[in-house]
Design a binder for this molecule. Structure first.
Ligand code: ADP
Length: 462
């Protein structure tokens, strides 16, 4: 059966508290009984000594002889402490005996004590015990006193009451602390379970399509704050994906519409005889179909890379050869725009798919050439570090506005729509770069500011 976290935590806390307190209670009780027994034993021997010294002091007070009346009052006093006295003179003759004085009371007293002890401990091994002491006065033994009691030790009714009060106090303290622990446990369980319930509610809302839902990340419990953070990141990513998905459909339609509309209107004009199908017009139609084919090819290329249908053919790729091969594609454009291409490359080889990495460089160089005005400079550099190999392509071009920078790697994203269209861009080049680099386990970033040129840095693991 499924139970809530709150219920389970409270139950676990309660169980733990009960167990701990039962253990502590039993331990406290055992220790208390032991301590109390040793206290009672000490007390008993102290009383015995007191009786002996009282007898010797009184003997002297009575003028060096035994006073039977006096002995009786001492004996009756001892009886109230549970002690049965028998005093004899130095010749051994019994002067006063509690059993003779009141045998019924003595027997009742011993029975009551046996009952007391057995009530405390059913296995208590006790019985009538007596000890005999000599009474010394003026340096000589003037008699003996035999003290009988229920041994090895006994609890009087007062002792039992005292012991019960102590036990009750222990129980009360246990109940109090247990209650407090239960409340603390319930509060703690609530504090732990509530954020998790919030996470569930928010996750439910997100799965229902409410991608704007967010959780407070202010929990003082590190794992709960991290959980809230992870859910928020998930929601952010889903929100971004959702807006990309929506934009992608609109963008594909938009990208197709312009060349298709141009083509359609040109062909209709020619069919209607408005335009003569001369070479210039046919060339314009051809250019539109080329643009369409390029777009479809780019999309196919991207889909293939993203779908991972073709596995990477990794091999050591020499950076010099790679840059040379990519730069060859732009020889005429570079010359036409008088752009200088510099390369600062160490003699290292990266493990990569040669054709795909060439494509990365071609796309980056293509953009650099496109967006760098005549007379500018493009710099390709590489370095090897802890994170792998970094290849950077820097230009002195127009740069990218900060608000566009986070999106340039998205499909169809063009910072300046009209300018990009003039340059023939469809906004897919950098998306392809990102897919290839990601497939290699690397990353690509861009640094740029308007008017200060741009730098694209590709990092590939070695
Ligand atoms: P496109 O085919 O339009 O160039 P990309 O995906 O290659 O598409 O680039 C996306 C957008 O990023 C471009 O439209 C452009 O606005 C911007 N961009 C890319 N490279 C550069 C660069 N080197 N200098 C300035 N802007 C750039």
């Amino acid at each position: 059966m499924k139970r809530s976290l709150r219920f389970k935590l409270t139950a676990a806390f309660l169980l733990l508290t009960l167990l701990t307190f039962t253990l502590l209670g039993v331990l406290a009780n055992v220790i208390l009984k032991k301590q109390f027994a040793s206290y009672v034993i000490d007390n008993l021997s102290r009383k015995n000594t007191e009786i002996v010294s009282t007898l010797s002091v009184r003997y002297a007070d009575w003028g060096g002889r035994w006073d039977i009346g006096g002995l009786e009052s001492i004996g009756i006093g001892a009886m109230s402490d549970g002690l049965i006295l028998r005093v004899s003179n130095s010749a051994g003759a019994v002067l006063w005996d509690a059993r003779v004085h009141n045998s019924g009371l003595c027997a009742a007293m011993l029975d009551a004590m046996a009952a007391n002890m057995l009530r405390q401990d059913a296995g208590f091994d006790g019985g009538y015990t007596e000890k005999t002491y000599g009474v010394v006065s003026g340096g000589k033994t003037v008699g003996t006193v035999t003290i009988g009691y229920y041994g090895p030790y006994f609890y009087t009714d007062n002792d039992i009451r005292y012991l019960n009060t102590l036990n009750l106090l222990i129980l009360l303290a246990m109940a109090l602390v247990g209650g407090a622990a239960l409340v603390a446990g319930a509060v703690m369980a609530k504090r732990l379970a509530e954020p998790i319930s919030n996470v569930i509610r928010t996750a439910d809302r997100i799965s229902d399509g409410d991608y704007e839902s967010r959780l407070q990340e202010d929990s003082t419990t590190a794992e709960l704050a991290a959980l809230a953070g992870a859910i928020n990141t998930l929601a952010e990513k889903l929100e971004k994906q959702e807006s990309l998905r929506k934009r992608l459909t609109a963008d594909v339609a938009h990208e197709l519409r312009t060349p298709m509309a141009n083509l359609q209107s040109h062909l209709e004009a020619m069919l209607d005889g408005v335009w003569a199908p001369d070479a210039a017009r046919l060339k314009s139609c051809h250019e539109e179909t080329v643009r369409l084919s390029k777009l479809v090819a780019d999309l196919e290329n991207l889909a293939r890379i993203e779908g991972g249908t073709r596995a990477l053919q990794k091999e050591p790729v020499d950076l010099h050869a790679l840059v040379r091969r990519a730069a060859d594609c732009f020889e005429s454009e570079l010359a036409a725009k008088r752009i200088t291409l510099g390369a600062d490359l160490p003699d290292i080889a990266v493990s990569a798919d040669r054709d795909k990495l060439t494509q990365v460089l071609v796309n980056l160089l293509s953009n650099a050439v496109k967006y760098t005005p005549p007379g500018g400079r493009i710099e390709v550099a590489a370095s090897e570090g802890d994170g792998g190999v970094c290849i950077s392509v820097r230009d002195t071009g127009a740069g990218i506005a900060p608000e566009d920078l986070p999106y340039i790697f998205e499909r169809f994203y063009r910072a300046d729509k009209s300018r990009s269209r003039d340059t023939g861009g469809s906004g897919i080049g950098l998306a392809i770069v990102k897919s290839i680099v990601t497939a290699h386990g690397g990353s690509v970033t861009a640094k740029s500011a308007p008017g200060e040129g741009s730098e694209f840095i590709v990092t590939l693991p070695q």
